[in-house]
Ligand binder design. Structure first.
Ligand code: ADP
Length: 972
């Protein structure tokens, strides 16, 4: 219908003439409207196209005249439409190969085209060049199928590749829409794909896609198609260039691969070098929920977690630029749940022979569970109070926990590579690095103590660093796990300990004991120098367990038993044992004390101990024990009575004392024994005196007394005593039963008394007879016998005097010496005594000096006896002297008579004793001087009987002076 109407409009009566002219024109003439529909074609047009004008009119010029279609013509028509100016163009018909020259002129509703066939121009290349690259000649030999299309998709030109594939001629295609061509006419999907691509390209976009075509029956090709729009100077789309590369072989291989890939449980994809994802396996599509088309290109990016996009983009860019394998962890959104899961994305480049990357093959492995576990571990690791880090098998840093980052004030990135070394003290870096590299090479555990810098304070603290290489079941190294434990406090303590150890050592070397330390197992690690000096050993001989060789063999077993027990129980101990002195080989006793030193957990770190020389103490103890034994023997003896007194009380006594006195132990316990009460009344004074002496001198000279026993009987005793040093109020006294001696003495006294009485009478008779005889001889004139008789008389006198003295002694003993009380002129008496003495003893001159001018009441004979005796002794004991002196003097109350000689003198210690009965001083010359030791005893008794005193002053070898002082007046 359209065709009929157009023909009517273009064939009015008034234009008959014009039509005739047009029919007659030599060239083929076409009149086209704006839509390039042929509204008129002349007869020559039929000749050129081989189609009747009726068939041509009403149809698209491009479809009806494939022999004439070319991009050059197409461009010229477009130009004429736009410029409304006359244009001409020459080109080779792609179908016939003949040169055509076309005049184009605009008309009211379209334009006219007038074709002339012509010879080939001389400078064909030039023309080609002038027309740009729009000639199939250029593309003739290309492996790709090339077609030029109008923006509507009409084929302007195409190369042999496409025609060969489809087994058709150019004129069958040129001028027709490409989508209707044989390539995709049998596939509506391919047609739709191509149509959509042409539409997008005609909007100015370069479109790339892969498609499946069927150029002819039984042929299926995979093409990689690119449609590129070409614009003119005014940016109008002039035409489209389609290039299709046969990728069938590759596609098949890929399809097989993809079938395989789809079967594997990982997400797999391939990417072109330009970053275009051209394949994603089913698993990927299932996970992301994307269609194949959506997944193509960069569609996958929308599945990335927004926080990861930048990082992943950077990583990809880096891998693509450098061609290094891509590996990263990323979160991908699940298509249906919308949840993000962690994946490990890896991609490897595939290269051609020249090394050019032709493809990236990638996989995504679900590591969500692992990641989650890792995250949990990291939370845990961040929570623990240690500095923790993870490194890869090659030693590069992978992770450091929060505490590590907080301490060092470094980010995970700063710690990367060797960055972590900056946190290490410069002095430790070299050592640490060497050790770490060694461990990385060998895979052996790493351990070091090092100083790490506190990021904010700049302070260094000591850490113990330990790392272990974790391997999988096959022994493949996976990761290094490391920890840093703060041991700064421990280090400080160690340092202080070292210092205090030094101090301690000085102390240990100073004290007089042997000082030692052992390890917890008891092996000795230190002896102070004194040990080595004493034992004469070397450290090799004394350290460890070897020290016991110095023990006394008898102490060896007991010592080691105690020591082992102490070690097991961890308790302090004390042992006494003997150690051998190196030099003398003698053993001395030592007291050893040991104690464990523990750490804060109670663990024993060391044993400390000392050995103190207690040899002297031991000896004292032994001596003490022996003396105690002796004391107790003494105490238990039945000879000496012993008692302990406190005040007047006897608080303890031995059996002997109780036995002597008749008291019982119960009496003692009941405190019934009072020494004051037990003392016979006449001994009270002497006893009190003795106790005063005890208080003053802590001991008392043994004295005689009598106890009144429990039964009232008397017991003569000899008592001595000492005050107890540590108990001032107590004293210990020893008591000897004196009764036997006393009895003997009494018997002796009785004998002396009796003997002297018995001797006295015969002596008196003898003396009388001698006197009478002397007188008779004188009367008879027998003077010659007188000297013998006289000597006899002298001897009788001596014996008489001895007997008198004996009698006096026994009288004194019995308390029966009596004195006459008469007035005695002392001066006269003493001169008489001196004269008499001078007459008897002619060896010495008796010198009397001074006078007393005193007469006192007393027994004249007895007083005469006193001074006779003193003068006699003075002469007797000064055999080498020539004089003895008697000095008389008096004071208001008393008279003093001194008898002095220049003889032997009396040793100090004997002076008190010479007044005792029968005492004779002992000296070298004494035995030669006769005497019985009674004179001074009687003298002292007589002086005492007159209320006077007698003392002696003497110096051995120089003589003696006896001083007698008598009171002038006496009450009794
Ligand atoms: P005897 O008969 O031994 O002289 P005495 O009682 O008279 O006894 O003296 C006691 C002792 O005192 C003497 O044995 C003597 O050792 C010593 N003695 C006494 N008078 C003197 C003296 N004048 N010079 C030295 N010794 C004396």
């Amino acid at each position: 219908m359209l065709k009929t109407r157009q023909i009517k409009r273009l064939t009015p009566e008034s234009h008959e003439t014009l039509l005739t002219i047009l029919e007659a024109l030599p060239g083929a003439l076409f009149v086209l409207d704006d839509a390039s529909t042929i509204i008129y074609a002349n007869a020559s047009a039929q000749a050129l196209t081989g189609v009747a004008p009726e068939t041509l009119v009403g149809n698209s010029f491009w479809r009806c005249a494939p022999q004439l279609v070319s991009t050059a013509l197409y461009q010229a028509i477009q130009k004429t439409k736009q410029t409304r100016a006359l244009t001409e163009v020459q080109y080779v018909s792609p179908v016939t190969g003949s040169w055509l020259h076309v005049h184009l002129s605009p008309t009211a509703g379209g334009l006219t085209l007038q074709f002339h066939e012509m010879e080939a121009p001389a400078h064909r290349q030039e023309i080609v060049h002038q027309r740009g690259s729009l000639s199939m000649d250029v593309l003739k030999n290309m492996r790709a199928g090339i077609a030029f299309l109008t923006p509507d998709g009409i084929v302007l030109d195409l190369n042999e590749v496409l025609l060969d594939d489809a087994h058709i001629r150019r004129e069958e295609v040129v001028g027709n829409p490409l989508v209707e061509g044989p390539w995709c006419s049998s596939s509506p999907a391919s047609q739709a794909q191509l149509r959509a691509a042409i539409a997008r390209a005609s909007m100015g976009e370069t479109v790339r896609f892969e498609t499946l075509v069927h150029p002819r029956e039984g042929m299926e090709l995979s093409l990689d198609v690119a449609i590129t729009p070409h614009s003119d100077a005014e940016h109008h789309i002039e035409y489209l260039v389609l290039a299709g590369v046969d990728i069938t072989t590759r596609k098949r291989a890929e399809a097989e691969l993809h079938a395989l890939i789809d079967a594997i449980p990982q997400q797999v994809w391939t990417m072109r070098p330009d970053g275009y994802i051209d394949y994603s396996n089913q698993r990927w599509l299932d996970y992301t929920g994307l269609s194949t088309e959506q997944a193509q290109g960069d569609g996958w990016i929308q599945c990335l977690h927004p926080d990861d996009q930048q990082r992943i983009g950077d990583a990809w860019q880096m891998s693509r630029e450098t061609g290094t394998p891509f590996e990263t962890e990323q979160r991908l959104r699940h298509g249906t749940t919308g949840a993000y899961h962690w994946f490990l994305a890896r991609a490897m480049p595939m290269r051609d022979k020249t090394g050019q990357i032709i493809k990236w093959f990638g996989t995504c492995t679900d590591i969500h569970d692992k990641k989650q576990a890792e995250d949990e571990i990291r939370v845990l690791v961040d929570a623990i109070p240690h500095l923790v880090w993870i490194k890869r098998p090659d030693g590069s840093a992978e992770y450091a926990n929060q505490r590590w980052r907080d301490y060092t004030n470094m980010t995970a990135e700063q710690a990367q590579g060797d960055g972590w070394l900056h946190a290490i003290h410069p002095d430790d870096q070299q050592r640490v690095l060497e050790g770490w590299q060694r461990s990385v090479q060998t895979g052996m555990p790493y351990e070091a103590e090092l100083r790490m810098r506190h990021g904010t304070t700049g302070e260094y603290r000591w850490f113990l660093v330990r790392a272990m290489l974790h391997k999988d079941a096959q022994g493949t190294p996976l990761k290094w796990f490391g920890t840093c434990t703060d041991i700064d406090d421990r280090k400080r303590v160690e340092h202080q300990l070292k210092e205090s150890w030094e101090n301690w050592r000085v102390l240990a070397e100073t004290v007089p004991q042997f000082v030692w330390t052992t390890q917890p197992d008891g092996s000795v690690e230190y002896w102070s120098q004194r040990w080595y000096d004493y034992t004469g050993s070397s450290p090799e001989q004394a350290l460890g367990q070897r020290w016991n060789q110095f023990l006394h063999p008898d102490d060896d077993e007991s010592t080691l038993t105690i020591w082992r027990h102490a070690l097991e129980a961890g308790e302090s101990y004390e042992i006494e044992y003997r150690l051998k002195e190196g030099q003398t080989g003698e053993y001395r006793w030592f007291l050893t004390r040991g104690m464990p030193v523990r750490d804060e957990t109670g663990q024993i770190l060391k044993w400390f101990g000392t050995c103190t020389d207690i040899e002297d103490q031991k000896r004292i103890e032994t001596a003490l024990r022996q003396s105690q034994e002796r004391a107790s023997i003494l105490m238990n003896s039945n000879i000496i009575g012993i008692n302990v007194i406190e005040g007047e009380q006897i608080v303890d006594a031995n059996d002997a004392f109780l036995h002597m006195t008749g008291y019982t132990r119960e009496d003692l316990r009941a405190r019934h024994m009072n020494w004051l009460h037990m003392t016979a009344p006449e001994y009270l004074d002497r006893t009190c005196e003795a106790h005063q002496e005890l208080a003053a001198q802590q001991s008392l000279t043994p004295y005689e007394k009598e106890y009144v026993c429990k039964d009232g009987s008397r017991l003569p005793v000899l008592v001595g005593g000492v005050a107890l040093e540590h108990h001032p109020r107590q004293a210990i006294s020893y008591v000897l039963d004196n009764s036997a001696r006393k009895e003997l003495e009494q018997r002796k006294d009785a004998f002396i008394s009796m003997a002297s009485h018995e001797l006295r009478n015969p002596l008196a008779a003898l003396k009388l007879q001698a006197t009478l005889l002397h007188r008779q001889l004188a009367r008879q004139g027998l003077e010659a016998s007188a000297p013998a008789l006289s000597r006899m008389q002298t001897q009788i006198n001596t014996v008489t005097r001895l007997v008198e003295e004996l009698l006096d002694v026994s009288k004194i003993q019995a308390g029966r010496l009596e004195y006459i009380r008469e007035a005695v002129n002392l001066d006269a008496l003493l001169r008489e005594v001196a004269d008499t003495m001078q007459q008897i003893k002619t060896t010495h001159t008796v010198v009397v000096r001074g006078a007393t001018f005193c007469s006192l009441v007393g027994d004249k004979d007895r007083l005469g006896q006193v001074f006779t005796n003193l003068l006699s002794n003075a002469i007797k004991y000064s055999p080498d002297a020539r004089t003895v002196e008697m000095e008389l003097s008096a004071t208001e109350d008393a008279v003093t008579v001194r008898v002095r000689d220049h003889g032997l003198g009396i040793p100090q210690e004997q002076r008190d004793k010479i007044f005792e009965r029968f005492y004779r001083a002992v000296g070298p010359r004494q035995p030669t001087i006769p005497g019985l030791g009674m004179g001074l005893y009687i003298v002292a008794e007589i002086v005492k009987g007159h209320g006077g005193t007698i003392t002696v002053d003497s110096a051995a070898g120089k003589g003696s002076t006896f001083t007698v002082t008598l009171p002038k007046r006496r009450d009794t």
